[in-house]
Design a protein around this ligand. Structure first.
Ligand SMILES: NC(=O)c1ccc[n+]([C@@H]2O[C@H](COP(=O)([O-])OP(=O)(O)OC[C@H]3O[C@@H](n4cnc5c(N)ncnc54)[C@H](O)[C@@H]3O)[C@@H](O)[C@H]2O)c1
Ligand SMILES: [Zn+2]
Length: 322
């Protein structure tokens, strides 16, 4: 079923849309639209209250569907607004970034930042659906595309060795896969595969008490790098996906040191991710990241729960003490 037919099933739809994809949202049908500036500093309670006030002005009732059209900032905010407006209305996502197609638009985590702390307020509430419309990626800046590639590769390292190899082959043959028919066909299939891996894991563990934690592969380092670069305006400013790429290589390295990963895994990841245009080296000595790793939400008192790859397609969770 096409997206327009899917939308016709709902009696009243209200769209929250990233301003950068306004023209795409206009093609979906004639629905009321609330525009957002998708910037991290706008992902806060004021932004969510703005959406709720607009819904009230529009007389949106409990039968309404709130449709997010945008990347992870938009779906996090719209999903959270839908979860609290009139004690909860339905919401759905049309992700417009690669990262949101394979990650942020799936799994039901919604929420906003509190002051300078990321994703502190929120709930887990599943969307009605997440529809992938690959044509919207045509306007996505290349760096955002690469950021999504890192999360896509992450899903395959966690659970699908064959798709991992297909992705790396594709990126070698078609560095801009959507620009050729052959490349686009394989790429869209791989987006769906990566999305299915996340959905499969979330289905088993919606509230992240067990296997869902595997999705944090590379993120202990990534969050620490994101914290580190904020400490000084002159530091390299990696996107989340770029930080995840570095984190995955570090995780593989640590896993090899512990005798868990097969030898050569970190070098393979480094080579493949670099070929996708992603950074793979830490921007500073690891010592400087350790305080932030301890603050990571996966850390208990002295131990940090690391997701360690065994080989492409399999990871384990291991608590390690520094
Ligand atoms: N809820 C979750 O499970 C989850 C998971 C991962 C990330 N996140 C959150 O997602 C956010 C990051 O989301 P993101 O990386 O998807 O992107 P984003 O929403 O931050 O958007 C990135 C930039 O791309 C622009 N953009 C989006 N789609 C476009 C398109 N098709 N063409 C042109 N420009 C476009 C946006 O306007 C913005 O400038 C972070 O706030 C992060 O915390 C949430
Ligand atoms: Zn991530």
């Amino acid at each position: 079923m096409g997206i327009k037919a899917q939308l016709r099933k709902y009696r009243r739809i209200f769209i929250v849309c990233d301003r950068n994809v306004a023209s795409f949202a206009g093609t979906l049908g004639n629905y009321p639209i609330y525009y957002l500036e998708a910037r991290e500093e706008n992902k806060n309670m004021d932004g969510v209250l703005g959406i709720c006030r607009w819904l009230l002005e529009q007389n949106a009732d409990r039968q309404a569907l709130l449709l997010s059209v945008g990347g992870g900032i938009t779906s996090d905010m719209a999903g959270f607004a839908a979860s609290i407006y009139k004690r909860g209305i339905r919401y759905a996502n049309i992700p417009t970034t690669l990262l949101a197609m394979v990650d942020a638009g799936l799994g039901g985590k919604t929420g906003v930042n509190l002051d300078s702390y990321k994703n502190i307020l929120g709930v887990i509430r599943q969307p009605e659906f997440t529809a992938i419309c690959p044509e919207v990626l045509a306007s996505l800046p290349e760096r955002e595309m690469r950021s999504g590639l890192a999360e896509m590769a992450k899903s395959f390292v966690i659970g699908d060795a064959r798709s991992y190899s297909r992705l790396m082959d594709l990126m070698q043959k078609h560095p801009a896969p959507l620009e050729s028919r052959e490349g686009a066909g394989i790429f869209v299939d791989l987006i769906q595969k990566a999305a299915a891996i996340k959905e499969g894991i979330v289905e088993k563990d919606e509230f992240e008490r067990g296997p869902r934690r595997k999705l944090n592969l590379g993120h202990t380092w990534a969050h620490a790098i994101e914290w580190w670069q904020k400490q000084d305006a002159g530091r390299t400013d990696y996107t989340h996906g770029e930080a995840v790429a570095i984190g995955m290589v570090q995780a593989a390295r640590k896993s090899e040191e512990l005798g868990i990963a097969e030898p050569g895994l970190s070098e393979r990841l480094k080579r493949d991710l670099s070929a996708c245009g992603l950074p793979t080296d830490l921007p500073c000595p690891e010592q400087e990241l350790i305080p932030a790793m301890h603050k990571d939400k996966k850390a208990t008192d002295s131990a940090v729960a690391f997701v360690l790859p065994v080989r492409i397609g399999r990871v384990i969770i291991r608590k390690l003490v520094f």
